[in-house]
Design a protein around this ligand. Sequence first.
Ligand SMILES: [Zn+2]
Length: 456
Amino acid sequence: MTSDDHNDGADLLLNLNFEPDWAKKAPSVNSCAGGDRDEERPRRPRRDRPPRDARDRDRRPPRRDHSGERRERLRDPQRAPRPPRVEPLNAEVHFLPEKNNIGAVVHLVRARKQAFPLFGLASIFLSDARHYLIKLTAPKGQSLEFHQCGVCQLVFLNKADLEQHVLAAHLDVHFAVEEQETEPPAGKFVCVGRCPKTGLLLGPPNYHGFNAALQELHAKHYAGMSLQDCRARIEMIHDQDVIEEWRNSCRRTTVYRPKSAPADAPGLTRDQAEALLREKHLNRMMHSRSRVIMPAALIAQLPDESLTARIRQAWNRETKRPFTLALALQPALKHMGLHVFRSKGSDHYVSAIKPSPIDPGHAVPLIRSILEFVESHPDSKLPAVLEALAPGGAADSGETAELIQSVTWLIEKGHVIEYFDGTFRLPGRGRPMDKGKQSIEKERQREDAGPGASPG
Ligand SMILES: [Zn+2]
């Protein structure tokens, strides 16, 4: 592991605050949660409450009737109308751990010599958009394609929108952008166009650079609307001071110099640079595939609402139990030398120590007494073991030291599992240690099928 791996995972490790209650925590930082529509915002998962169904509704006591009040509030003209709900795109969404952060998790699990819940580790990745990726897959048999920017990985459903994005946002990949001094425009101008949102001055509508300035404004700030609508927003200012301000702003002009051209090659205008990029580079700066992976931090920038709605829907599901992230994390942790096994019912745990059951009957008396105590008192902690096997012993006595040494030895050999909360258990004997992917998939299918589905 490089030092960079540690740096990348530093933020993640701050979140590795394992409490017995880990699974009840809702992720606190996530770009998925940053939506602008309340009804789309991922909700805090309520693991402590069973899912509501029609029978629950019937059993619920009648509510006090505030409906009249509520209707009044809903009629309030001050309230902004809710935007129409967007139908989520039909696409598969999987969440993947960001690979630089896996090293940090492995480092922690190794250092602590304890067993951590796989789903708990997966939840931590999901708690911060910087720590996971989103895999989008077209459903089988459908012609859906995702168009992805090769520079920033942003995903579009419409290829023309992606082309506009590359031209507007990534000219600097192939061009050095320079500011140059030039003569201000000569002539008499009666008004200049100004963007009410950004305050940008576009120049007089009859000026030759007006359209190029409008197109640049449209690409950068109004990509979601038509060029015509963008133009309709421009206000015409007749104030001579503002016209002079625009004229002065023209003293500086931006030129685009191809990075592959000699240093003394003439600079290009934005239009010329875009045309050249389109002709020579555009196709290699983007791709169209039925499966793409993008950083989760880009969710807020996705231009297609149906895709955003689908990802939020999947994210809501994933925060309740991170199946897809656990599925992707498990092989990565195994590949890095950790062991994944099932314990405490059917939960998956991760440890640097391979569980290794032994028969207490074949052990020396002290070891046997520890194994028998842990077997008959599952989830007890070290103080309980000491109290039972060396009652009244002083903390610094030889007897206590020998007992602690034996417990430590049993843990390091995998004959006793110490969990992240300090509790002990014996590794299961004869229990399938790890059916891995299959068992996580089965659990997911059971959950999807609902509470009535039969186990197994
Ligand atoms: Zn991009």
